[in-house]
Design a protein around this ligand. Structure first.
Ligand SMILES: [Fe+2]
Length: 352
């Protein structure tokens, strides 16, 4: 996080001249009455399906947290803030998918941090971007299964990798390309193959999960202009059974001032109790959001993408090929609903 933050400050000082005008690409609508009524009916079905799904997840959350089970609106793990809206040690976000939402402070600014845990069919757990270890988290994980794979997905989310490798010595540590050189003190099992686009392209890796279940995609199209090396060098993941996208620093979704989840994404703040509204977002976090949205993102698109064709291919795969129903970013709020996610990601990745 320190390296990233330092680089970001450099970037910030150079980027105020960049003109940012994110376009709004909303779904096309038809004026024909018949089509409109069909569209509304479909939307309504989607809404009720989503409601049923989130209700089931909330029931699951009650099994993990006694406070929720006794009828409270938030859990008893910690105070609920924007970086852990439900105040739970682990929060169910999709079938077999849980997150550990925690505050993460940089210079007293809470930039948020989210670990993702996926239950595999064999009862083992796949852990993405681990958070600071504590016994409550360990006990909650024990209820879910056995920690078998721990993944460090990019060059920045490394702070707790060593800690988790020591706490779970039997687990296999996997990292993005280049990570074993960066952190040689950790006993890595391996790195996601460089430039991997499709599962079929990987060799038969030992002690690795099934890439057809949790699909990795390496974003090998960036260069940090200050170092000449990849900046985040991230691998993003798509969990096929739950249709979940897991991103670290290539996509974020910080809340705006009002504390309502996804209030900046029209029609997408109905999490039915899984993500309660919190008090106003701290000034530092709002400034951080501004820096990421208005300074870093345009800088990344204009000056860090070294292979535009590869970038387009990667975006096409994420936006068009993966049928994402739940977006799980490490920073900011979860988003549900395929069309909404498609619209949001299209806007985020679009090069003007
Ligand atoms: Fe990050």
């Amino acid at each position: 996080m320190v390296l990233w933050s330092t680089s970001l400050l450099h970037i910030a000082s150079l980027c105020f001249f960049i003109n940012t005008s994110p376009s709004n690409s909303f779904q096309a609508t038809t004026s024909r009455d018949t089509h409109t009524s069909i569209s509304l009916a479909t939307e309504s079905n989607h809404d009720s399906t989503k409601k049923i799904q989130t209700a089931a997840l909330l029931e699951n959350a009650k099994e993990i947290d006694s406070s929720l089970a006794s009828g409270n609106a938030v859990g008893d793990f910690c105070e609920n803030t924007w970086s852990n809206r439900l105040g739970t040690v682990l929060t169910p976000v999709a079938k077999g998918v849980y997150t550990g939402d925690r505050p993460f402070y940089w210079n007293k600014i809470d930039v948020g941090g989210r670990m993702c845990v996926i239950q595999l069919d064999d009862g083992n757990l796949w852990v993405h971007s681990p958070i600071d270890f504590d016994e409550k988290t360990a006990n909650a994980l024990k209820e879910l299964g056995n920690v078998k794979y721990i993944v460090s997905p990019n060059y920045e989310h490394l702070k707790y990798a060593r800690q988790w490798s020591e706490k779970f010595p039997e687990a296999f540590m996997w990292g993005c390309p280049g990570l074993s050189q960066m952190l040689p003190e950790i006993e890595w099992e391996g790195e996601i193959p460089y430039g991997l686009t499709r599962p079929s392209e990987s060799d038969n890796l030992k002690n690795c999960w099934d890439f057809d279940v949790i699909v990795p995609l390496h974003l090998n199209m960036e260069t940090n202009p200050f170092t000449g090396k990849p900046f985040f060098n991230e691998v993003v993941f798509y969990h096929k059974p739950s249709k979940s996208l897991i991103t670290t620093d290539i996509y974020w979704n910080y809340p705006q001032k009002d504390g309502i989840p996804n209030s900046h994404l029209e029609g997408s703040n109905d999490d039915h109790g899984l993500a309660p509204t919190v008090g106003s977002i701290p000034l530092g976090t709002r400034l951080w959001k501004f820096g990421m949205d208005k300074i870093y993102l345009p800088f990344y698109k204009r000056l860090m993408i070294n292979d535009k064709q590869r970038y387009e291919d990667v975006v096409t795969m994420i936006v068009d090929e993966w049928e994402i129903e739940t977006s799980i970013p490490c920073h900011g709020d979860v988003i549900r609903g395929r069309e909404k996610i498609r619209e949001v990601l299209t806007r985020h990745f679009k090069i003007n």
